[in-house]
Design a protein around this ligand. Structure first.
Ligand code: PEP
Ligand code: MG
Length: 328
């Protein structure tokens, strides 16, 4: 089965009726796939920087980070690489940074930690900006934002990092750029602030793993409730469709980088909603491309319409299963 998908790996991800879908890579977690042929995707839609931090015995220095980021940016150049700032807390812990909480998924996570430790955040931002000098394919993304102030504070710190570096490099010929900056939409509150955030940031990307967890109040890592964790729940689908609509309305470029985009059924529904950029694990790329190349957008839209009208995840799964069988 794998060969069937691989046979089309160098063909473009275009639907049967000619709609181009950008397929991007989720990277950082599996260091073994870092060396893969960057040509298989249109860039990196999510680079999880915390994965590398988790392998260290202490916070890596700014210099060490700069070298690492430069290697990643160079590997994919000129394709874009969306680097997410440190997203620790929740299920991601650093041995050298103690976080003890009763409810870690509702606690000190992602941007909250970075803003409480501006010295760490500035170090990371500066390392990214330096690594990007002369390359220009870096995009920066903020995880777990839920309040407008967090976006504003993070933007202010990015400006600070930029100006401090400019001063540091005043007598050198480095080519410092202001990269595009985006937010992850993974906390339900963020979805309703899109009209305002669209004026502040350059793009957004849906983290459907956490968004599902928080919409359904189901711990994504708890086996006991694993069956309830379902991104095909009609409420999740309706929110994902709303995000696409609002982003189009407010002209904010959008993508999705949760696991859902790497599943054929998920990719089909997302394309029907209007998503044209999907970021996924390496192992999903060829499969999703293969499926999308065989479908017309209008057929996906009809399926989506039927799914959005359901009242339970079970019914959605039934429709999806039937659709997939009909396509064979
Ligand atoms: C997500 O939450 O969907 C996401 C992509 O981020 P992570 O899985 O790293 O939390
Ligand atoms: Mg997340």
């Amino acid at each position: 089965l794998h060969d069937k998908f691989e046979a089309e790996h160098d063909l473009p991800a275009v639907t049967k009726d000619g709609e181009h879908i950008s397929l991007l890579l989720n990277a950082g977690l599996d260091l073994n796939t870092e060396q893969i042929n960057a040509k298989l995707c249109d860039g990196v839609g999510l680079y999880r920087t915390e994965a590398w931090f988790m392998q260290k015995g202490q916070f890596p220095s700014q210099k060490e980070q700069e070298e690492w980021y430069r290697e990643v940016l160079t590997r994919h150049h000129p394709d874009p690489v969306v680097m997410r700032t440190l997203d620790i807390g929740g299920d991601k812990v650093l041995d050298y940074f103690d976080i003890q909480e009763d409810n870690p998924f509702l606690g000190w996570r992602g941007i909250r930690v970075s803003l409480d430790h501006p010295e760490l955040f500035l170090d990371q931002l500066k390392a990214m900006l330096k690594a990007n000098a002369g390359l220009g394919n870096l995009r920066i993304m903020l995880p777990m934002v839920s309040h407008t102030e967090e976006v504003e504070e993070a933007l202010a710190l990015l400006e600070q990092a930029y100006f401090e570096l400019q001063e540091e490099w005043a007598d050198q010929f480095y080519d410092l750029e202001r990269p595009e900056i985006g937010v992850m939409l993974e906390v339900p509150s963020s979805v309703f602030l899109l009209p305002e955030w669209a004026e502040k940031v350059d793009f957004c990307s849906v983290g459907s793993n956490d968004l599902t967890q928080y919409l359904l109040a189901v711990d994504r890592a708890n086996a006991k409730v694993a069956e309830l964790f379902d991104p095909y729940h009609p409420s999740v689908l309706r929110v994902l469709a709303k995000i696409a609509k609002d982003c189009q309305k407010f002209e904010l470029p959008f993508s999705l980088c949760g696991e859902l985009g790497g599943e054929p059924e998920g990719a089909i529904l997302l394309v029907a909603m209007g998503y044209r950029r999907l970021s996924m694990n390496f192992s999903s790329l060829n499969k999703v491309k293969w499926v999308l190349r065989r479908l017309q957008v209008v057929d996906m839209e009809n399926l989506l319409e039927a799914c959005l009208a359901q009242s339970s995840a079970k019914q959605v799964h039934r429709l999806l299963k039937q659709f997939m069988i009909e396509q064979q």
